[in-house]
Design a protein around this ligand. Structure first.
Ligand SMILES: [Zn+2]
Length: 352
């Protein structure tokens, strides 16, 4: 198989007089990559490969510790404060108002941005470096969202699409240091999810097979971007990433969240923790992720559950944001560490 998935690279040449080369003519070769499913572009200029520090300043662990300490006494996720100050669900949806599993606690966001918008505490520790995330704490946090999904489906709350997401530290968009996830969903799919469901459906129609299982099969054969497996999840780097250091974990047997079991959740949690440990090894201090599901009420055979994890700008004083016009307004991404090199770095963190 399978010529169905095409990994397209387009080469461009950019010509300048370069003052760093005595103003001689300098022709720089750019590699434009296209995502095999969506066509989303990313660009790699090999000259920038050793300039990661220019785009991503060094994380400042002393500053992070200081900010974490300062915010700890005001944190509503620390200790039992959440019992007093966080909202709760009506009893006809969530009988106890909130969902608690181990150290994880799920409650509604006081200012929702989606029909269902839950916040989930991940462990009781206020600040956790990326190298120290605990798979059990992450799995318990995921588990609360699956319990909420079941309750919402039972309550027939007009809820068909959901995602589980994470922001970590200020440059990642988090307003508090304490590790937390957010589940958002409703009767409409989010823009990206709608697009990806649509593209997956078109692929199925054209090829009579599922893009996501074809992708895994092909990446396993190619090998350069395949990282490894954690139980039922397979992990790869994106050929054409739409975020920095993008890693994708696919559950090839799962079409929607409601089909997942404890072993799937453990597979996702340990893969996520491995990726964070890989990021830590690269000096990264922040991340975002989103875990996507097909529609909850019907089985979409074109789709499989998957998670995307990206790193964000590092934490240091007066940091520069990592997203600029290229990402925000042109929908292109810049590659500094090629996906094939990133996969090699990550493989070390997926060994048992
Ligand atoms: Zn806290």
């Amino acid at each position: 198989m399978t010529e169905k998935i095409r990994f397209v690279k387009h080469i461009q040449k950019s010509v300048i007089h370069n003052p760093m080369m005595d103003n001689e003519i300098d022709t720089q070769e750019l590699e434009i990559r296209k995502d095999p499913l969506t066509g989303a572009q990313s660009v790699f200029n090999p000259r920038l490969e050793d300039k990661v520090a220019m785009f991503y300043g060094k994380s400042d662990p002393v500053l992070i510790e200081k900010m974490a300490k300062e915010s700890e006494s005001k944190c509503f996720l620390c200790g039992d404060t959440w019992k007093e100050v966080t909202p709760s669900y009506p009893a006809d949806i969530v009988p106890k108002g909130r969902i608690q599993i181990g150290e994880a606690v799920l409650f509604p966001n006081i200012f929702p941005v989606a029909q269902v918008h839950a916040v989930i505490r991940v462990g009781k520790k206020h600040y956790v470096p990326l190298s120290d995330f605990d798979p059990k704490a992450v799995a318990d946090a995921f588990m609360t969202t699956f319990e909420l999904t079941e309750l919402l489906l039972k309550a027939e709350a007009g809820f068909n699409y959901m995602t589980i997401n994470g922001n970590y530290l200020g440059p990642g968009g988090a307003s508090i240091a304490h590790p937390h996830f957010q589940m958002v969903g409703g009767d409409l799919p989010f823009t990206y999810l709608e697009k990806i469901l649509d593209y997956s459906w078109r692929y199925l129609k054209e090829n009579k097979t599922c893009y996501w299982t074809d992708l895994l099969e092909q990446e396993k054969i190619i090998g350069k971007r395949y990282i490894g497996a954690t139980g039922s999840a397979d992990w790869i780097t994106s050929f054409s990433p739409s975020g920095t250091n993008e890693i994708i974990g696919v559950l090839p047997e799962r079409y929607r969240f409601s089909e997942m079991d404890t072993s799937d959740i453990n597979a996702l949690a340990s893969g996520l923790v491995n990726v964070l440990s890989g990021y830590a090894g690269m000096g990264i201090s922040t991340f975002n992720f989103a875990l996507y599901s097909g529609p909850l009420k019907e089985r979409d055979s074109a789709f499989r559950c998957f998670i995307r994890i990206i790193s964000r700008q590092n934490v240091y004083e007066n940091y520069r944001t990592d997203d600029y016009f290229l990402q925000k307004l042109l929908d292109n991404e810049l590659i500094l560490t090629p996906p094939e090199i990133l996969a090699e770095k990550m493989q070390q963190h997926f060994k048992l």
